[in-house]
Design a protein around this ligand. Structure first.
Ligand code: F6P
Ligand code: MG
Length: 490
């Protein structure tokens, strides 16, 4: 709170904010999903395992209590101490805030608190069975499986691009008879934009919005046709500036050219993040990529380290993954055996897997969790609360922040005028911070900055944009996106 921007933040009491709908509709649905998942797991525990059985039932009941408290607008209670240092931070802030009730609390704090509280049920578990259990894992894997058409399409594209780069004498994605430097750089730039936009739109498919999107909707969002169609929905696109800093470092032959990705969602989004990582190293735009996952299950679909290994295992044997009915397939349409992958499709997926596992084993693709990512507050607090993390990120040529929640935290989830410059809204991570920040975000919440004057009003006036209701409804659905850059090193 002390370090946050001095601009009012979004509150669950405000009927014009998506916070209001989130607290009353989305969160109860998300808790119900977790209850169903735990219940399903409990039903598979053998009667002989009495402790795990009893504990599973107790966890279900605690989740139901949490849902009751939320729906009946009770006071947020202190987080149970599970030994992690952030408990004190959460609880001190809770006291300083009142403590508040669910329907009249800062949105960002309350939503983080919700997942931290769910996490505690598993971090304080007494049985090995439930310790560290992820109630969203099943859902994450299921959605990844349903992304099969887009995964297959993108693996084929990745293989084409990388094969061309490796066979080209310039190391660029052009034929060997192209020697004009400008033409080569233009081709590199176009490809960088394509890969980064694939990575951007991968964020449109997160599970916390699944309460309103069907799997069919999600599949439609993932195809290449949809991506082209969506380009006009990128309201600000600073990818050229990000490309420029990466090529500058490459031309200067800087020995370490690290790119960091502060991850968002598992499954398809993580898959496209890894495509971008593989591409950056293959072209030499980066020499290594550091990935920042969460430590605990977070906002339903966010990446925890286990999701990374599960994704790699799925890609290691794509036929086994895509051709079998797994525990995650609980919808009736999945009861039939899925169609087989062709040998070529499987080989394309394995090509990407080989690339990634090679990079991982060479230390060029690194996973680096940090507890700070699951703190309640904005990233304005990073220099004061996590100075080591800032120092680490300063080592990077470019830090890519994926997704909506990271964007909300960058801008303090505050009600800035939409034309506020991005570099100003990210405060201490902006000018002179020593960090180069690139946000790739599809808009799923009210906060938005860096828009040209009048753009917000223009979209509000469109169908479903919110009109003069006072609500920025257009920014809630993931249809619009922003790609914004701030150079804190210059
Ligand atoms: O707006 C819905 C919402 O759940 C927000 O609460 C949250 O910021 C976001 O979506 C999660 O999206 P992402 O996975 O892109 O961070
Ligand atoms: Mg997320």
């Amino acid at each position: 709170m002390e370090y946050d921007p001095k601009v009012p933040t979004y509150q669950t009491s405000d009927p014009t904010s998506f916070a209001h709908k989130s607290a009353r509709e989305r969160w109860p649905a998300i808790i119900t999903g977790a209850i169903d998942d735990v219940h399903r797991t409990v039903s598979r525990i053998s009667d002989a395992d009495k402790d795990a059985l009893a504990e599973g039932k107790a966890i279900t009941s605690s989740l139901s209590t949490l849902k009751y408290e939320l729906q009946h607008n009770r006071v947020l209670s202190p987080i149970t101490d599970d030994g992690a240092p952030d408990v004190k931070l959460y609880n001190d802030e809770l006291q300083a805030r009142g403590p508040p009730t669910w329907h009249a609390v800062e949105w960002l704090y309350a939503e983080c608190y919700l997942y931290r509280r769910i996490g505690t049920l598993f971090s304080t578990a007494k049985t090995k069975f439930w310790k560290g259990y992820d109630p969203f894992y099943r859902q994450k894997m299921k959605t990844f499986k349903s992304s099969r058409p887009a995964v297959i399409e993108l693996c084929a594209r990745y293989r084409d691009i990388i094969t061309q780069i490796r066979s080209s004498t310039s190391g660029a994605p052009v034929a060997n008879d192209v020697t004009d430097e400008k033409e080569i750089e233009q081709a590199e730039m176009l490809l960088f934009v394509e890969m980064a936009e694939i990575c951007l739109w991968g964020n449109a498919t997160d599970l916390s919005l699944l309460t309103s999107l069907s799997y069919e909707d999600i599949q439609k969002l993932q195809g290449s046709g949809a991506r082209k169609e969506s380009e006009k929905n990128i309201l600000v696109n600073d990818l050229d500036r990000a490309f420029e800093v990466l090529t500058r470092a490459q031309k200067a032959k800087a020995e370490s050219r690290r790119v960091d990705i502060v991850l968002d969602n598992a499954g398809f989004e993580l898959f496209v993040d890894l495509l971008l990582a593989g591409y950056l190293v293959a072209t030499g735009l980066a020499t290594e990529v550091v990935l920042h996952p969460k430590d605990i299950p977070w906002f339903v679909s966010d990446v925890v380290p286990k999701d990374f290994s599960a994704l790699l295992s799925a890609m290691a044997d794509p036929k086994a993954f895509y051709e079998t009915i797994s525990d995650a397939d609980d919808d009736p349409s999945a009861s039939e055996k899925p169609p087989p992958l062709s040998d070529e499709e499987a080989a394309n997926v394995q090509f990407l897997f080989d690339d990634l596992s090679h990079l991982h084993s060479e230390g060029k693709l690194v996973l680096r969790p940090n507890r700070f990512w699951t703190h309640a507050g904005s990233f304005w607090r990073m220099p004061s609360v996590a100075p080591d993390l800032v120092d680490d990120l300063k080592e990077s040529s470019l830090v890519i922040f994926k997704g909506d929640l990271n964007y909300r935290k960058l801008a303090g989830d505050a009600a800035w005028p939409a034309s506020t410059p991005f570099a100003e809204a990210i405060g201490p991570l902006g000018p002179s911070s020593g960090l180069r920040v690139l946000a790739l975000r599809t808009c799923k919440a009210d906060v938005v900055v860096g828009l040209p004057e009048g753009k917000d009003e223009e979209i509000r006036a469109t169908d479903g944009g919110g009109g003069d209701s006072g609500a920025r409804k257009w920014a809630w659905s993931g249809k619009w996106a922003v790609v914004q850059f701030s150079d804190g090193k210059s």
